[in-house]
Design a protein around this ligand. Structure first.
Ligand code: F6P
Length: 362
C-alpha cells in the first residue's frame, strides 16, 4: 500500500463526453473508499503553472446530480500549452516543465491522475519522469486511437452522434434524391467513420487507412441509381486525402493545423463524376459534446475506480485500459507508443465489405 492522502486530477487535451463521469468515479472511490482528499486541477497542466495554483478540492456532493450525465469537463482542459515548449506572450517558446512539477509539490500531492489522449499522456509522463511524480493515466479520446485499450472515454458518444447524424440525413436525402456526405472527426484514424458508417447504413465510407479512388465511389453511386435507389449516404473521415495525397487542413491563428473540409472536396468530386445532387455536412465538435452514452459512463466509472485502486497499490506510471471484457492496466509508455489505427484487414472492415459498403478501393 502506498502512503497516499491527497491526489490530484486533471483533464487534458480535447474534451469529450464522459470526463465528468470519470471525475465522479475518482472522487467517490478516493474519498468514500479510502478517505483521501481529491484536488481538481483546472485547465490541464495550466492549473499547475499558474501562481495562484488553479486547483481546488473536489467533493462527492458536487457529483450527485447532473455531472454524470453532462458533456465537457468541469475542470476545463487545454490541447495547447505543452509545458516543455510553452508559447510565451512575446512569441518565444520556453520550457516551463519545472514550474508544473513545482505546482504538483506545492499542492502536496501524493499522486496524480491524468485523463488524456496519447499527446497529453505523453507530456504528463515526461513530467512525471522528470519530477518523480506518481502518475496514473486514464485514456480518453473520441478518436479511439490509443494502443492497448479497446476503448477510450468519449469514443462511444462520438460514434453515437455521428450515427444519429446519418439517421437524420437519410430521410432528407431520400426526400430530395441526394447524395449526402458526412465528414466526421477522428484525427488520423478512421474509427468513428467506420463504426458510425456501418451503424448508420452508409453506402460509402472513406477512411485514411484505406486509399480510395473517386471512380470507385462514383461507380457505387451509379450502381445504387441503377437499382433505383434515389439517395446515398457517404461518410468521410476528416484525415482522408485529396487525389494529390494532400489532407484538407486549416491553420489556426495559434499556428496549429487542424483537419476539416475534405467532405466538400469529396462531395464536389462525386457531383462532377456522377451529376448527382450532393450536400455536405461537417459534423465537427458536436461529436465531442452531448450526453455521454451509457457505455461511456460505464467505462468512465470502471476506469476511475481502477485508477484510484492502482494508486492505493502504489502502481504508478500505468494507464488503465479495457481488454477482453476486463479492466486492466498497462505501462503508460507502452500505451502511448502503440498507436491504434483501423486495421484494413480487421473485422469491421470485413463487415463493411460484407455489407456491400464501398470503401473506395474497389
Ligand atoms: O483528438 C480529438 C479531436 O476532436 C480530433 O478528432 C480533431 O481532429 C481535433 O481533436 C480537433 O481539435 P480542436 O478542438 O483543436 O479543433
Amino acid at each position: 500500500m502506498a502512503d497516499v492522502k491527497r491526489i490530484g486530477i486533471l483533464t487534458s487535451g480535447g474534451d469529450c463526453a464522459g470526463l465528468n463521469a470519470v471525475l465522479r468515479a475518482v472522487v467517490f472511490r478516493a474519498i468514500q473508499g479510502y478517505g483521501w482528499e481529491v484536488i481538481g486541477i483546472r485547465q490541464g497542466t495550466e492549473g499547475l503553472l499558474a501562481r495562484h495554483l488553479a486547483a481546488e478540492p473536489l467533493e462527492p456532493a458536487q457529483f450527485t446530480g447532473m455531472l454524470l450525465r453532462s458533456g465537457g469537463t468541469v475542470l476545463g482542459t487545454t490541447n495547447k500549452g505543452d509545458p516543455f515548449d510553452y508559447p510565451m506572450p512575446d512569441g518565444t517558446r520556453a520550457d516551463r516543465s519545472q514550474e508544473v512539477i513545482e505546482g504538483y509539490r506545492m499542492l502536496g500531492l501524493d499522486a496524480l491522475i491524468g485523463i488524456g489522449g496519447d499527446g497529453s499522456l505523453a507530456i504528463l509522463r515526461r513530467l512525471a519522469q522528470q519530477g518523480g511524480l506518481n502518475l496514473v493515466g486514464i485514456p480518453k479520446t473520441i478518436d479511439n486511437d490509443l494502443g492497448h485499450t479497446e476503448v477510450s472515454i468519449g469514443y462511444a458518444t462520438a460514434v453515437k452522434v455521428a450515427t444519429d447524424a446519418l439517421d437524420q440525413l437519410q430521410p432528407t436525402a431520400a426526400s430530395h434524391s441526394r447524395v449526402m456526405v458526412l465528414e466526421v472527426m477522428g484525427r488520423d484514424a478512421g474509427h468513428i467513420a467506420l463504426n458510425a458508417g456501418i451503424a448508420g447504413g452508409a453506402d460509402v465510407i472513406l477512411i485514411p487507412e484505406i486509399p480510395y479512388r473517386i471512380e470507385h465511389v462514383a461507380a457505387k453511386i451509379e450502381a445504387l441509381k441503377a437499382e433505383e435507389r434515389n439517395f446515398a449516404l457517404v461518410v468521410v473521415a476528416e484525415a482522408v486525402r485529396t487525389d494529390d495525397g494532400e489532407p484538407v487542413t486549416r491553420r489556426q491563428p495559434s499556428g496549429e493545423v487542424t483537419y476539416g473540409g475534405i467532405g466538400y472536396y469529396v462531395g464536389n468530386r462525386i457531383a462532377e463524376a456522377t451529376g448527382a445532387e450532393t450536400r455536405i455536412t461537417v459534423l465537427g465538435h458536436l461529436q465531442r459534446g452531448g450526453m455521454p452514452t451509457p457505455r461511456d459512463r460505464l467505462m468512465a466509472s470502471i476506469f476511475g475506480v481502477h485508477a484510484v485502486d492502482l494508486i492505493a497499490r502504489g502502481a504508478f506510471d500505468r494507464m488503465v485500459a479495457w481488454s477482453a471484457r476486463r479492466v486492466i492496466d498497462v505501462p503508460l509508455a507502452e500505451a502511448i507508443a502503440a498507436y491504434q489505427a483501423v486495421d484494413p484487414e480487421g473485422p469491421l472492415v470485413r463487415t463493411a465489405r460484407g455489407l456491400g459498403i464501398c470503401l473506395g478501393d474497389e
